[in-house]
Design a protein around this ligand. Sequence first.
Ligand code: SAM
Length: 271
Amino acid sequence: MSIKEQIEKYGVTPNKALGQNFLINEEAIFSIVSAARAENKNVLEIGAGLGAITHGLNERAKKTLVVEIDKAMVDALYSMPWSHPENLRILRADFLNVSDDVIRDELGDDFCVVANLPYYVTTPICMKLLTCGFDIESMTLMMQTEAAQRFTAKPCSKLYTPLAVLTDSQYTVSSVLSTSPSDYYPQPEVYSKVIRLERKERDLSQVKPLARVLKAAFSMRRKTLQNNIMTLGFDKNKAAELLKRADIACERRAETLTTDEFLRLTHVVAE
Ligand code: SAM
């Protein structure tokens, strides 16, 4: 059934404010489902809409937890036929408000994430995923091209933010495919990309301390690292001492630091 027929059948109207641009290109849908490598895994899908990706996940995954904010979409998802309904759990919620406990109860600690992300909330959703501390195996994420570039941004570039450091410290990023406005209904004005984040060897206990250091370090981009680190509750001398122990000059600015330097700084701050 085409997306227009689905929209009519389920009596829904695409809501622009919720980023409802439904993926209609079958090849792109297939590529995302394949890239997710969901076979026998537990999967979290954020923003299922009318289930374009969800059906392929449900065919392959051990269990899929779908989080969708819009009641109209959730009602439609409930009334659809599913290949393995017993493996599908549909939760109506704003993903930003879903607690770790709810996710853990449904999926355990080790799962994959798949999402065609709503554009208006892409960064907060990704920051939540990157700082949650779950042992997420992979994330297959569709988003606007500009947003995707921020995951692999390098130090000293305009797009370099905590998101790039949190990604690089935990995941290897690869590009899956690019899409154009005609791959969606209704058509957005922008081009999008699908990227895949695959977990690296990493120390999950460092994720939240690193996020705290990054928040402080990037709090005022024009200020030096020493000044910004003081917002963690250190006086000027202590901030200088910590930076010295991490082998980082006090007058550096956050956007010049590499992931390894941030990890070193996180280590000495935590000591
Ligand atoms: N997965 C479908 C597809 O590929 O066709 C729909 C993707 S559409 C770009 C984004 C979906 O995310 C919409 O269904 C929208 O209702 C949902 N959404 C928007 N904000 C959300 C939030 N904060 N939490 C969960 N879902 C959200």
